[in-house]
Design a protein around this ligand. Structure first.
Ligand code: ZN
Length: 155
């Protein structure tokens, strides 16, 4: 870390502590050249990656849109709003944690499918049939089969 007063690169950390809110690390530093002291803060960068659509265009991540697309698939299904919120939050967390600047909409779609699959198989099939458009009928049958097997397993 460069000294803001003299520009020297020779600075030392005197003290590090987590801020009261717990969302930053505060460091007291001392410049070895001019002996002045300064403070730096280290925070998590909460930038969401941009979403790259199949046609190559980029859009900002939209949490409301994500939540709405999941809610649509879950329409009239016995899944609580709290569970949907939690699933949407997990997707958002994973995107954030990826620390990527751009993420393809396909990756987001896969994350949504994973969550829906765990929440409700019907919603999963609804979403997947629209999202993947099931160009291949075998793919659709495989999803249905998987659903049947799970039903058998529950019985
Ligand atoms: Zn200095």
């Amino acid at each position: 870390m460069k000294c803001p007063f003299c520009g020297s690169l020779d600075t030392q950390v005197l003290d590090s502590r987590v801020s009261e809110e717990g969302d930053a690390i505060r460091r007291r530093r001392r410049c070895a050249a001019c002996e002045r002291r300064f403070t730096t803060y280290e925070r998590v960068d909460l930038m969401m990656p941009a979403i790259v659509k199949r046609n190559g265009s980029r859009v900002d991540f939209d949490a409301a849109k994500l939540r709405a697309s999941m809610a649509l698939a879950l329409r009239k299904r016995p899944v609580s709003a709290t569970a949907v919120d939690a699933a949407a939050a997990r997707i958002q967390d994973q995107l954030m944690a990826s620390a990527k600047r751009e993420i393809s909409s396909d990756v987001v779609g896969e994350l949504v499918m994973q969550e829906l699959r765990a929440l409700d198989q019907i919603a999963y099939i609804r979403y997947a049939s629209v999202y993947r458009s099931f160009e291949d009928i075998r793919e659709f049958m495989a999803a249905i089969d998987e659903f049947r097997h799970q039903e058998d397993g529950d019985a």
